[in-house]
Design a binder for this molecule. Structure first.
Ligand SMILES: NC(=O)c1ccc[n+]([C@@H]2O[C@H](COP(=O)([O-])OP(=O)(O)OC[C@H]3O[C@@H](n4cnc5c(N)ncnc54)[C@H](OP(=O)(O)O)[C@@H]3O)[C@@H](O)[C@H]2O)c1
Length: 349
């Protein structure tokens, strides 16, 4: 039987999500990859139990995580029913709907029909009667925001979700969503955008949001940012400094396209690894600490293919603070690497 470490909450930092009442761990675990049917259950279990043992309270899911879609929820549901039985209320379990989950016109995007049916399916796979955060996974420019956000409100009002959030909405679409949410009496608590040293779009001023960046919009409205892929899918670790190792995400094909690793990008990674070494950190640790330097970022949402990766990454919380000079050195290499694969499907719309 799994008995979680008694001191698990001592070493973790919890940060308040915007102006809500919800504290989230500074590092959260996502089950997007490595939780498919071809990934050994024992490895999945070891990763999640290590996370729980280290005070990671937020486990991030979506309907489509697998493969096949839904498998990550089933797998985590199995853990909730066994090892994690009794810990449900110590965890923040999230899920999302927005990407293709089943065939036909009701299996993706932002309609009320899709979102509520998907949430019910997620709850069944997880074996839960509610999730803690239900997200609209992407902006849908063909569905009125009133409908998408109305479905989130129904999810919350019916007790199927405790909080609601949006993911990968641009600064402009987020301000629009906030207005609509206000009008219909829905409180959005978190936004989940991609963000890393190689993908800094959430810092950029947006003319369509009064010149504010997404981070500004979130800060003004009191939403927390839970940022995903803070290691740029593994690029911001030491693993790709000398080629593509066998078994790594880049070697598997899929969301990490081989053309991301240009000579130019690898040059920046090496320079960043040098700065990290001067700070007594690994590149992964510095990348996570850097993403957390802005208090509007509530949590960095990492993935892991082993418990050891999680251990390395969690040490990011105990590194030195950044000096201005260091941040300037980092800025020279923390440049856009063209890796925001979510932009054309959401934040560019
Ligand atoms: N809202 C959305 O649209 C959206 C989109 C994407 C992700 N997300 C969420 O964000 C979570 C994290 O995304 P992500 O997995 O792309 O995050 P990430 O933390 O940037 O990348 C994680 C991957 O990097 C490698 N890695 C991690 N730590 C390492 C270390 N210390 N040393 C060497 N390699 C390391 C592992 O890949 P290897 O297999 O190479 O070991 C790991 O699976 C997802 O699980 C999901 O919950 C949300």
């Amino acid at each position: 039987m799994f008995v979680p470490a008694e001191d698990r909450y001592d070493a973790m930092t919890y940060r308040r999500a915007g102006r809500s009442g919800l504290d989230l761990p500074a590092v959260s675990l996502g089950l997007w990859q490595n939780f498919g049917s071809a990934d050994p259950y024992e490895t999945q279990r070891a990763i999640v139990l290590r996370a729980v043992d280290r005070g990671i309270t937020q486990i991030d899911l979506a309907n489509n995580y697998g493969p096949p879609p839904g498998h990550a929820e089933e797998s985590f549901g199995r853990m909730l029913a066994t090892d994690l039985r009794g810990l449900r209320d110590e965890l923040v379990v999230t899920t999302k709907a927005g990407y293709r989950q089943w065939p036909g016109p009701y299996g993706e995007y932002g309609s009320r029909k899709y979102l509520l049916a998907s949430l019910d399916q997620s709850l069944r796979r997880l074996g839960l009667d509610h999730v803690d955060i239900f997200y609209s996974h992407r902006f849908d420019d063909l569905t009125p925001l009133e409908e998408t956000l109305g479905a989130l409100k129904t999810a919350v009002d019916s007790g199927r979700a405790v909080y609601a959030g949006i993911s990968s909405y641009s600064a402009r679409r987020t301000s629009e969503a906030l207005e609509v949410a206000d009008r219909i009496g829905l409180r959005l608590v978190v936004h989940q955008p991609s963000y890393s040293m190689l993908n800094r779009w959430i810092e950029e001023p947006d003319d369509d949001a009064d010149g504010r960046s997404l981070l500004d919009v979130l800060g003004d409205a009191g939403l927390g940012a839970v940022v995903f892929s803070p290691l740029a899918q593994g690029m911001l670790t030491s693993k790709y400094l000398d080629g593509v190792p066998e078994g790594s995400r880049a070697s598997r094909g899929g969301s990490f396209r081989p053309d991301f690793l240009t000579e130019d990008v690898v040059g920046h990674l090496r320079a960043l690894a040098g700065i990290a070494a001067d700070r007594g950190q690994t590149l992964a640790q510095m990348a996570l600490a850097w993403a957390l330097r802005d208090p509007r970022v509530t949590s960095v949402l990492v993935g892991a293919s082993s418990p050891e990766q999680l251990d390395e990454n969690l040490a990011a919380l105990h590194g030195p603070a950044f000096g201005d000079d260091e941040l300037r050195r980092i800025d020279q290499h923390a440049v856009d690497a063209g890796i925001n694969i979510w932009a054309p499907r959401s934040s560019d719309l």
